[in-house]
Design a protein around this ligand. Structure first.
Ligand code: 0RA
Length: 595
């Protein structure tokens, strides 16, 4: 028989809150996919981490249990169990109401994620069952919920006590609700990686992970004494590093800042921001402050040691961050986030404080580590050089583009401008190019002869690629620019030819040229390939001229073999084309150009 329940105003409020979470789980945990499912664990773990940040909990244990539930246990002070002003144990308020976190606002809690307590009730609402065991005030207190609703009878308004203890801490076990989630099996790989990240961000914390679901249990301990220094080191462990990790830290206006930076020999930057241990996928004010100040510091060093002369322009921010891996982790008493997804930090004071700490502390490091400073500045120099030549080529290309329908280098353009009807043949060799120019239908066929092998773009830096005459001509003639690391300027809608046709000899060198061209397109104009604009022309290898009957072109050795079989006793002359250059314009039209 159903228990009789007495609903007062506050318990109705609770039920309404939980109902809202179950109606729109995505609003609270992002999604109901595996990602959302794993998020349940992070919500509970984050609360324990908050307790660690408050200075109490040193160990967190996360167990994926055999029955599909998850247990998160910490050795903090224990969630308060005293009777709260609303007439129920404080613990129940934490696990059943949204925004209960604010009820425990105090100084020790100043760096909690701001969401503290909210997460617990969301997890509770989305679990078929949840057990909470709290050790504090000498006793082991117990509570139990089904789909967020408490179902243990209180004893004189208090939680039932299971026994005595001298320890303190909180243990939560929950079973995700299959009515809510698409899948209910946690992903050990994802959970481990998140716990490892949490360990890097909290060097004093030890996190024990156990997966008891398999026959052979997996047990791991995450303890990262080097904190975010170890984090960047591990991110770069398979890269060629240019510097050791650099560590900068400080505190101001109640905001704690830690920064680790390491350079690798790669043309990209990887700067990650965390606020109160939460990753900010879209960055925000802490990253802005860091970038501005670091750029300033490095530019003034560059002038001081003469890497930049008086007449030189400053390095840009991206120049200076070329090759940089950085983790910026701040602790903020009152974090605000921009937009719905809460992935971009919005507090203006975070920009100010991070910038100040970088401006004050970075020189302390670089004054003592000139070698590192020089290495970073030489990365910036390389990057600036490449950026400048890319800019030059880009602006040349832009001005040239207006005239690209005139004779542009060796391009023999077509007359029609309706791109959907136009084709461009990229032809190996001047002589084949000459034949093709004569043979083509000049209304809609353009011919671009290239001399021999173009640059292998896979092995060249962007400035070399853009300095290459053949490549420049191709970019200008296609009309849609190119995309590369400094920003995507490629615009496929501007493409002047529906078909880009590679026409090379049918030999290994021809195949190599084809590969080099495809590599260029794939790296710098990939949409050409994805959207099906790139073709490879197949000129014939042989022509057979029979004593009697029709001439025939044969495109490969197999075709020749078949021809021989079909014409066993017949006499014929066999002409072998060593290259496109051997074909006269008429033959080229007949075999290859004629659409
Ligand atoms: C508010 C106040 C106090 C502890 C906690 C919250 C607390 C919450 C969680 C969530 C998971 N583990 C936790 N451990 C502690 C302390 C109140 C006091 O003892 O003064």
């Amino acid at each position: 028989m159903a228990k009789k329940e007495v609903y007062d105003a506050s318990s109705i409020q609770v039920l309404e809150g939980l109902e809202a979470v179950r109606m729109r789980p995505g609003m609270y945990i992002g999604s109901t996919s595996r990602k959302g499912l794993n998020h349940l664990i992070y919500e509970i773990v984050d609360n324990a981490v908050d307790e660690h940040l408050a200075g109490y909990c040193m160990n967190i244990r996360v167990t994926l249990e055999k029955n599909g539930s998850c247990t998160v246990s910490d050795d903090g002070r224990g969630v308060p169990v005293g009777i709260h002003e609303k007439g129920m144990p404080a613990e129940r308020l934490v696990y059943t109401t949204l925004h209960a976190g604010g009820k425990f606002d105090n100084d020790a809690y100043k760096t909690s994620g701001g969401l503290h307590g909210v997460g617990s009730s969301v997890v509770n609402a989305l679990s078929t069952e949840m057990d909470v065991i709290i050790k504090r005030d000498g006793a082991i207190h117990h509570d139990h919920f089904r789909r967020g609703v408490p179902d243990l009878e209180l004893v004189d308004g208090r939680l039932p006590v299971l026994g005595k203890t001298k320890e303190t801490g909180t243990t939560v076990n929950f079973i995700p609700d299959p009515e809510i989630f698409d899948v209910t099996r946690f992903s050990a790989t994802e959970v481990k990686s998140r716990l490892h990240e949490t360990a890097y961000l909290n060097p004093e914390l030890t996190i024990y992970f156990r997966d008891l679901r398999k026959d052979e249990a997996e047990e791991l301990v995450f303890r990262e004494k080097d904190g975010i220094i170890g984090f960047v080191r591990d991110i770069n462990k398979n890269e060629e590093t240019v510097t050791e990790p650099i560590f900068i830290s400080g505190e101001d206006e109640g905001i704690d800042v830690q920064i680790a930076i390491q350079y690798v020999n790669e043309f990209h930057e990887n700067v990650m921001g965390y606020c109160n241990n939460i990753y900010n996928a879209d960055g925000g004010t802490h990253l802005t402050g860091f970038k501005t100040a670091f750029t300033q510091v490095m530019n003034s060093y560059a002038r001081e040691i003469g890497v930049l002369k008086e007449k030189d322009q400053n390095f840009t921010g991206p120049d200076i961050r070329n090759g940089m891996t950085a983790v910026i982790s701040i602790k903020h008493p009152d974090p605000r986030f921009e937009g719905q997804t809460k992935t971009k930090l919005d507090n203006p004071d975070a920009a100010r404080v991070v910038a100040k700490i970088v401006a004050d502390e970075a020189p302390h490091f670089f004054d003592r580590n000139l070698e590192t400073l020089k290495n970073i500045l030489s990365c910036a120099e390389k990057s600036a050089k490449i950026r400048k030549s890319a800019e030059k080529v880009k602006s040349n290309l832009l001005t040239k583009q207006k005239f690209a329908f005139d004779t542009n280098g060796q391009l023999a353009n077509c007359i029609l401008r309706d791109a959907s009807k136009c084709e461009i043949f990229i032809v190996e060799g001047d002589s084949a190019g000459g034949s093709a120019k004569t043979a083509r239908d000049r209304n809609y066929q353009a011919i671009l002869p290239i001399r021999g092998k173009i640059l292998n773009v896979e092995k060249a830096s962007i400035d070399k690629v853009l300095a290459n005459a053949e490549i420049k001509t191709m970019i200008t003639s296609f009309g849609c620019g190119f995309s590369e690391g400094f920003g995507n300027d490629f615009d496929i809608t501007k493409l002047r030819y529906d078909k880009i046709i590679i026409m090379a000899d049918a030999d290994v060198d021809g195949a190599h040229i084809g590969t080099l061209l495809l590599t260029l397109f794939y790296r710098y104009m990939p949409e050409l390939i994805y959207e099906g604009h790139v073709y490879v022309a197949m000129p014939p290898l042989y022509k057979v001229i029979p004593a009697k009957g029709e001439e025939e072109y044969l495109y490969d050795d197999k075709a020749l073999e078949q021809y021989r079989k079909r014409h066993k006793d017949k006499k014929f002359t066999l002409q072998r084309y060593k290259g496109l250059g051997e074909m006269d314009p008429e033959q080229l039209w007949e075999t290859t150009l004629n659409p």
